[in-house]
Design a protein around this ligand. Structure first.
Ligand code: C2E
Ligand code: CA
Ligand code: CA
Ligand code: CA
Length: 279
């Protein structure tokens, strides 16, 4: 029978391509994640040399109704393909700004910056500047505490347009960081023209910095370059005290990584900061 054949083919496909099947499931369910209240913000502390908490990066998680907690690497690329990243990204920014507004009343929390990841797909929307401006102003938070993390993948696009958008937002007071720095192919001439406040050294260079002289040299070069461009530099993925010591000796003053804290849910993050665990 024809239907048997179809069943057969379908079972064969599922067995052979569980990843494709999974992707289809996630793609389908992602459309309901936002309205279904399934997305969660996690916060990972950023510290200075004195190990004082100066900010946090906002990291998204998806509490899937049947699959459990899903990491962003598994669903952000899908959300970028479907376009769902646009409303999701706006929601993340809204939540971050509201959080800053609430922390404004709390002495231990009120000076923390929040770094929000911005997808290239989101940044390239024609109304991106308006959306960010409206969201930040409506929230009543201090825009100086909002940092937008852009990635090098953005830089393949029209650089003039990128510069224009950053310049349009900077007068509000917010700052810009270039995430995963060193993994892309942005040229120095482009980098020099972008009004960025911070470079974030990708964790792939930090991982083996204690034995790999090549990585160590690259990191040193990035730190010196950032200094010459008048940008601050933060290292992500710091897991060992030894890595911090090497980074510090090279002039890096800001750190983020499991050495200080994993990304935490809001209540845990607030409790950790108030207990002085990461301050
Ligand atoms: P990312 O922006 O490079 O974020 C840093 C990632 O490194 C996070 O993974 C963080 O949990 C992880 N990490 C932090 N410290 C350490 C460490 O010491 N060692 C190691 N091995 N890893 C560490 P996470 O939370 O799984 O996020 C993965 C990626 O998903 C992020 O990479 C970012 O590209 C994307 N992402 C997360 N949230 C958002 C969001 O709201 N919007 C967008 N567009 N992308 C997001
Ligand atoms: Ca980031
Ligand atoms: Ca990064
Ligand atoms: Ca990354």
């Amino acid at each position: 029978k024809k239907s048997d054949n179809l069943n057969c083919i379908r079972m064969y496909d599922e067995a052979l391509h569980p990843a494709i099947e999974m992707r289809a499931t996630l793609e389908n369910d992602l459309a309901f994640a936002l309205q279904g209240n399934q997305l969660r913000l996690y916060f990972q502390v950023q510290v200075d040399e004195a190990l004082k908490a100066v900010g946090a990066e906002v990291l998204l998680r998806w509490q899937h109704p049947s699959l459990g907690m899903i990491a962003p690497d598994q669903f952000i690329p899908i959300a970028e393909d479907t376009g769902e990243i646009v409303p999701i990204g706006q929601w993340v920014l809204e939540q971050a700004c509201q959080q800053l507004r609430q922390w404004a009343e709390i002495p231990v929390m009120n000076a923390l910056t929040l770094s929000v990841n911005v997808s290239a797909v989101q940044f390239n929307q024609p109304d991106f500047v308006q959306m960010v401006r409206d969201t930040v102003l409506r929230s009543g938070c201090d825009p100086h505490l909002v940092r937008l993390e852009l990635t090098e993948s953005l830089m393949v696009r029209n650089v003039e347009e990128i510069i224009m958008k950053i310049h349009a937002l900077k007068p509000l007071g917010m700052t810009f960081s270039l995430d995963d720095f060193g993994t892309g192919q942005s040229s120095l001439s482009v980098l020099k023209r972008l009004p960025l406040d911070e470079l974030k050294i990708d964790k792939s260079f930090i991982k083996d910095i204690q034995h790999n002289t090549y990585d160590s040299f690259i990191v040193e070069t990035i730190i010196n370059m950032a200094k010459n461009l008048g940008q601050t530099v933060i290292a992500e993925g710091v897991e060992l005290q030894q890595q911090q010591a090497i980074l510090q000796a090279k002039g890096c003053r800001l750190f983020q990584g499991y050495l200080y804290s994993r990304p935490l849910a809001l209540a845990e993050f607030e409790a950790a900061l108030q207990a002085g665990i990461v301050a």
